[in-house]
Design a protein around this ligand. Structure first.
Ligand SMILES: [Zn+2]
Ligand SMILES: [Zn+2]
Length: 273
């Protein structure tokens, strides 16, 4: 029975003081490994090592958007990867053009010796260590023998997207950061797993929306409307770190399926029936 494994390296909102920033490893049934967002600082390196993931193990990054809590870790992942495996194929970062432009600016700002252009990042020895893959909304990209992905726009900042991954008969959707999004509902139909952000509860729905995010109830409404098999809530802010049941309970009022709230270093498996 095909099985996918979802490992959460970071589940915290941008200002969260308890959790690492957003990064998820998706191990697909065909052996393809995807990194969904890259956290910030060394959190992917540090939390990854705790679960047995190392920088050189990553080949594909599906990036949701250009906020620092989602892409800030990439120069460090590249740096460690280049140190360990300088001749490896480049790390391929797939994203909408607008997000890649932001990421290229980050690499240019921090790079000491590497050359950063619109195609790739190259070392002084001439090794391409990162390749940019600008994608269009709705374009399917093949990532493995039986794994493909496509992104859809969400309501957060310019160029923000969520990702739908289809692998071994399973569909896994990652919202990235977003307010309640009709385009997410449309693109997530029939998902086995919906990994959706929620910054808080409906008590402060306007505050969440002002910051470009949604509530647990809104995430659950999206899960219900796309017929998701289960909802995993992530991007947890400080007040809910030790109180995630409040988020799950609110979500359960809007969605009948299984609801869980991700924690750093937690692993979930999902299999097709
Ligand atoms: Zn974020
Ligand atoms: Zn964001």
């Amino acid at each position: 029975m095909p099985e996918a494994r979802i490992s959460f390296l970071g589940t915290g909102a941008g200002n969260c003081i308890h959790r690492a920033h957003t990064a998820i490893v998706l191990d697909c049934p065909d052996g393809t490994r995807l990194l969904l967002d890259a956290g910030s600082g060394n959190s992917v390196l540090r939390n990854g090592a705790m679960l047995g993931f190392y920088a050189e193990d990553f080949e594909h990054v599906l990036l949701s958007h250009r906020h620092g809590d989602h892409m800030g870790g990439l120069p460090h992942i590249q740096g460690r990867r280049t140190q360990i495996a300088p001749d490896a194929d480049p790390l391929v970062v797939h994203s909408l053009e607008e997000s890649l432009v932001g990421l290229q600016s980050l690499f240019r700002a921090v790079s000491i010796t590497h050359r950063v252009d619109q195609d790739s990042v190259t070392t002084t020895e001439g090794n391409r260590v990162v390749a940019w893959d600008p994608v269009e909304v709705g374009q399917w990209i093949t990532l493995g023998g039986d794994t493909r992905a496509s992104c859809f726009p969400v309501d957060h900042i310019g160029g923000a997207a969520g990702w739908r991954v289809e692998t071994g008969g399973l569909t896994i959707v990652f919202s990235g950061d977003t307010r309640y999004s009709e385009s997410l509902v449309e693109a997530s139909q029939g998902a086995d797993v919906l990994i959706h952000e929620a910054l808080g509860t409906d008590d402060d729905r306007e505050g969440a929306a002002r910051r470009g995010h949604c509530t647990a109830a809104e995430a659950a409404r999206a899960a219900a409307r796309c017929g998701a098999g289960q909802l995993i809530i992530t991007h947890i802010d400080t007040p809910f770190h030790l109180n995630t049941e409040v988020l799950a309970a609110e979500a359960r009022t809007c969605y009948d399926g299984p609801v869980s709230v991700a924690d750093d270093l937690c692993i979930t498996t999902v299999s097709s029936h």
